[in-house]
Design a protein around this ligand. Sequence first.
Ligand SMILES: [Zn+2]
Length: 211
Amino acid sequence: MARIKIGDRDVLIVVDIQNDFCPGGSLSVPNGHEVVPVINRLAKQFPHVVLTQDWHPPDHLSFAAAHPGKKPYDIIAVDYGQQILWPDHCVQATHGAEFHKDLHVPHAALVLRKGIHRAIDSYSTFYENDRKTPTGLVGYLRERGFARVFLAGLALDFCVRYSAEDAKREGFGVAVIEDACRGIDVDGSMGAARKSLEGLGVVRVDSEALA
Ligand SMILES: [Zn+2]
């Protein structure tokens, strides 16, 4: 595999390495914790790192418990289209919303929180699920002069996928570091994610290829 040289216009975005997405959490991604040492190692190669956190109010619209009679993984119609319902997760300022205790990226310059509006979910770290409400991350990356975005984290088939798609649409070079991601795989969502990313020309790389 060709080596990719990391430089000053590259940024690593580490998506949602939080307790609720790791084994033992309320919405655990299978083997999600395995990416932590990979990301710790990887982050040392990037002078610029952004961490993101799913950060919901307690009665968030994406929680099945907020809809009487519904259960996790049911799909409902909301103002902006269809929404999968999830178990309560990443509630603001709870243990489940904290980063995994072994995540160690002290030089990360920004912690971007998303999913903060009660009535809109946000998979992407760039735009909420209405596809219009910005998180502000595009502006941050542009102002800092970054050209290429490298993505790692949880879950590959939701938050990483939609972040990669938005970054591509915004004109950044985009690579997903696959061995630094894990997926949930709800109803074939892993296959759909791979197909979509491939179609958009998002590069898939292995952490070993970065230097
Ligand atoms: Zn969420």
